[in-house]
Design a protein around this ligand. Structure first.
Ligand code: ZN
Length: 151
């Protein structure tokens, strides 16, 4: 049995989350009148904090805040279209310019090499999709947790 009294933090833990306190500390509290008195005080304090009425507004706060927020702007995605046009142009020019070389490579490529390259491409795409789904799920969980905390 521990002879020294529990600290304030240990007594608060004993009252709030007794499963986190070691058996020795629990045994000390059960045999010590001073620590039992402190624990009773904290129990009363926690109970009164829990029982106090939660503050409420007599108006709808979220409606007032939403009124003052600016409306979201739906800008035309010029940058995306510009990058898309540039990419397509570069790919088309490259295909036209190197068409004979590409044709020679594709025709000359052995079946095994083509299969290996195709399989590798499919595997990479599958891993990319799995990674994207995991990332999406993680973000959704974070959003749901934040939404839960706000309520
Ligand atoms: Zn004690």
């Amino acid at each position: 049995m521990i002879t020294a009294h529990l600290t304030e933090t240990e007594i608060q833990l004993y009252v709030a989350e007794p499963e986190l306190i070691s058996d020795e500390l629990t045994a000390h509290v059960q045999g010590c009148a001073l620590c039992q008195s402190s624990a009773a005080n904290y129990l009363l304090l926690f109970k009164s904090i829990h029982d106090t009425a939660k503050p409420t507004f007599d108006f709808e706060l979220s409606a007032l805040v939403l009124e003052q927020l600016p409306a979201p702007k739906r800008a035309f995605p010029w940058a995306v279209i510009l990058v898309l046009l540039l990419s397509v142009t570069v790919a088309a020019v490259s295909a036209l310019f190197f068409w004979s070389a590409l044709l020679t490579v594709i025709v000359g490529m052995s079946g095994i090499l083509f299969t290996i390259a195709g399989t590798g491409t499919v595997v990479i795409i599958i891993f990319q999709i799995i990674e994207m789904l995991k990332d999406h799920q993680k973000r959704m969980n974070i959003l749901l947790i934040q939404k839960t905390l706000q309520l």
